[in-house]
Design a protein around this ligand. Structure first.
Ligand code: FAD
Length: 495
């Protein structure tokens, strides 16, 4: 039986382990931390509050289901989720509030009522992004962009006619400002750039396809929270015979000639036919492959944004809040200039508040709520994160207290803070970037590292820092591409 070693048990590593096990490999996952999940981990705070530490928004759940089906299991025996009736609650500094209903008709009606934008215009926009998404997803998301086969496939025939409308030559913001004149709706649409850690004033208009996921397909909530995704997939992987070894960081990828032969840890050597790195691509080259030539142009791509997250136990409940809540800044352009040009945090940041106790009441004591409060910030380049955390905490409290008409600070009964430094230390993500490289230029999709390297046979890459990108769905798709690229397991080269 051919052997596969996977470095890291982030969502991409877990999914790759399942795909390779199904393909007949004997799979071992080596994880530096004491448990699986990477950014998709969880923790509790005193007083009975549970938090998902990282991702909070879940889209394209069929990509998780697919892994169970692939293994001949019924997904519902492992993992359940529901479609959210409300995608998000939005608050603007001028006092405007908007409920983004998942139902496109209801959303368009709400936009017409609250922002005075004709609902037909909103519906036409959503229809357009749906059409473009369907024309491009197979080419850009499901396959390697670095294999000739991709461009010879019939999917490209669907993609080509859509290219002129994709907004490759304009920015997201310019495209949204052309489509709509209401600055609040433009801001709402521009925010989707943050779903892969980018700047709407630089990222290509192509990213305007992202709202399709929420409004046309839906946003979902897994029973028990986001961590349930990792938990259920690890259960499946273990049933398929995958071995997880914790507190065992890989120190080196062993290469002989032009072939990966395994990995080295402090405990020993693991010989393997296939090595998959779920570690961020930058430290994979710099730390695990120090003697191999690195793809410098790819590694030089600007990093995505990171985050400052305040996890707060809150001693009352807020009926006007939902699972996902956004409190917008006054000047979005200035906010992004702070993040991506000045590499600091605006004094008036947009604030995202996620409250899982709305759907999982056990996540907080009765009458309380667990607030995950996040602000987009630059990746770590040596900024004073202690000072920026203090400044941002004050700005967040001021903004949210004003919008809700309640002084929030005195309601905080428990607190933890995760900074870009902490994210980097806990997950090895370069600079604590949430999504690997940003998509702040039109070639970004092509400049992400592929899921393989032509220089070292048997070595593959999975996760948010490589193709097709960061975020749960794209990490799952990267595992699918790796599963497709890895040779059938009978081709063992172990001697
Ligand atoms: P990672 O989660 O990066 O994990 C990599 C793993 O590899 C870690 O466990 C690490 O310990 C291990 N590792 C690294 N080096 C070694 C080594 N040498 N040896 C052994 N093990 C090693 N995505 C969404 O879809 N929706 C969201 O709402 C969302 N919000 C986010 C909010 C935050 C605060 C964060 C941090 C991320 C968010 N994301 C979101 C992004 C999403 O979490 C990531 O894209 C995804 O989880 C990354 O998974 P990954 O497979 O790349 O692995």
């Amino acid at each position: 039986m051919a052997k596969a070693v996977i470095i890291g048990s982030g969502i991409g590593g877990i999914a790759a382990s399942i795909r390779l096990a199904v393909k007949g490999y004997d799979v071992t996952v080596l994880e530096a931390n004491a448990s699986f999940g990477g950014k998709m981990t969880q923790f509790t705070l005193p007083g009975g509050y549970r938090f998902d530490a990282g991702p909070s928004l879940f889209t394209l759940p069929h990509l998780v289901d697919e892994l169970f089906t692939l293994a001949g299991r019924n997904p519902k025996d492992y993992f359940n989720y529901q479609r959210l009736p409300v995608v998000s609650e939005y608050f603007w500094p001028d006092g405007t509030r908007l409920t983004a209903h998942a139902n496109a008709q209801e959303f368009a009606q709400e936009v017409e009522t609250k922002l005075q934008v004709p609902k037909e215009k909103v519906l036409a926009h959503l229809k357009k992004v749906a059409r473009l998404y369907h024309a491009t997803e197979a080419t850009f998301l499901h396959k390697s962009l670095h294999k000739l086969d991709t461009y010879l496939s019939t999917d490209v025939l669907k993609t080509l006619p859509a290219l002129p409308e994709l907004g490759l030559l304009t920015t997201m913001h310019a495209a949204n400002a052309k489509a709509f004149t209401d600055p609040r709706l433009v801001q709402l649409l521009d925010r989707y750039a943050t779903y892969n850690g980018s700047d709407p004033y630089q990222a290509p208009g192509t990213l305007n396809l992202i709202p399709h996921l929420e409004f046309n397909i839906g946003a979902f909530y897994p029973e028990g929270g986001i961590y349930a995704i990792a938990q259920s997939l690890v259960k499946l992987a273990e049933e398929l015979g995958v071995t997880f070894k914790y507190l065992e960081p890989v120190q080196e990828i062993l290469v002989e000639g032009k072939r990966a032969r395994g990995v080295k840890t402090a405990q020993g050597t693991y010989v393997a036919d296939v090595v998959v790195s779920n570690m961020d691509i930058m430290p994979t080259y710099r730390k695990l492959l120090p003697t191999q030539p690195a793809p410098e142009t790819t590694l030089k791509q600007p990093r995505s944004s990171s985050a400052l997250i305040f996890y707060w136990g809150i001693s009352r409940s807020f009926p006007e809040l939902d699972l996902h809540n956004i409190f917008f800044s006054e000047d979005y352009q200035k906010e992004f200039a702070h993040i991506f040009r000045q590499k600091t945090v605006s004094h008036d940041p947009t604030v995202y508040v996620n409250i899982t106790s709305k759907y999982t009441p056990e996540d907080a004591p009765t009458g309380h709520e667990n607030w995950f409060v996040m602000v987009n910030v630059p990746h770590n380049e040596g900024q004073d994160w202690e000072g920026l955390s203090t400044q941002t905490r004050q700005a967040v409290l001021q903004k949210v207290s004003k919008a809700l008409g309640v002084e929030v600070e005195s309601l905080i009964t428990a607190e933890r803070i995760w900074t870009p430094l902490g994210i980097e230390a806990d997950t090895s993500s370069f600079g604590g970037a949430l999504y690997g490289s940003s998509s702040n230029n039109k070639m970004a999709a092509f400049l992400r590292h592929p899921n393989f390297t032509s220089k070292i046979k048997g070595l593959y890459f999975v996760g948010g820092s490589v193709h097709p990108g960061g975020g749960i769905p794209l990490c799952l798709l990267s595992a699918k591409i790796v599963g497709d690229l890895a040779p059938a397991s009978s081709n063992s080269v172990l001697s």
